[in-house]
Design a binder for this molecule. Sequence first.
Ligand SMILES: [Zn+2]
Length: 251
Amino acid sequence: MRRLKHKHTRRAVQFYEINYGFRKPFKVILDGNFVHALRETHMGDPAEILAKLLGGPVKLYVTRCSLLELQGLGSDFSATYGAAKRAGLHLSCGHDDAALTTTDCILDNVGKDNPQHYFVATQDKALRVALGNLPGGASVFVNVNGVQLEQPSEAQKRAVKKVDDSNMRVQKHELSQQALAELAELQKGPKEKSIFKRKKSSAPNPLSMKKKQKRPMPPQPSTQVGDAEKPKRKRVRKRAKDDSGQSEEQA
Ligand SMILES: [Zn+2]
């Protein structure tokens, strides 16, 4: 059971990290009733418990409105009020002029899509549901099994899936475009190459052949002349040798 809970919690934290940009140290706003539940169950230090649950260092906050609310609950909650005051940094929630209920104060600080990436530790079921309906809303609560991280809501999963699907569609579109472009290049490529090859293979040969044919044509007679001259010279030389030989013989 513990392993399964740990696995589910780790996956939920990863969901918030990947899809909504939650980062360590994780910021957690503590609700007065959460601090009270921790005290009642003697679970120990909120920072230690939450760090263990979320799998990383945490930064705890308590809003001014929730402290005022606890203070207003009288002596039964005076110990919880003291614990809440010590539990985390006092978040200047922006309601100095007129304090809000803890729920309204926290929802106001989380905002439309939780840009500050707050986990909210609260026992208020309605607040947890409201957070689940916000993009990036995340909550933690105490039950008989200890401190739990609320699993991402169906609305959040659907929203993320929608984004993923549209990203996939864009990627697929880009890929198909790329594939088409590559295909077009491939189709062009061989044709161009074959044309070049043909030009290269066909162009030089006929030209060179023509040039050779054209050039040799006029010189052919000259070579014939040369050939004719050469034997004449040889004959002349032979005659000269013969003459010299004759002359030597004669001499
Ligand atoms: Zn406030």
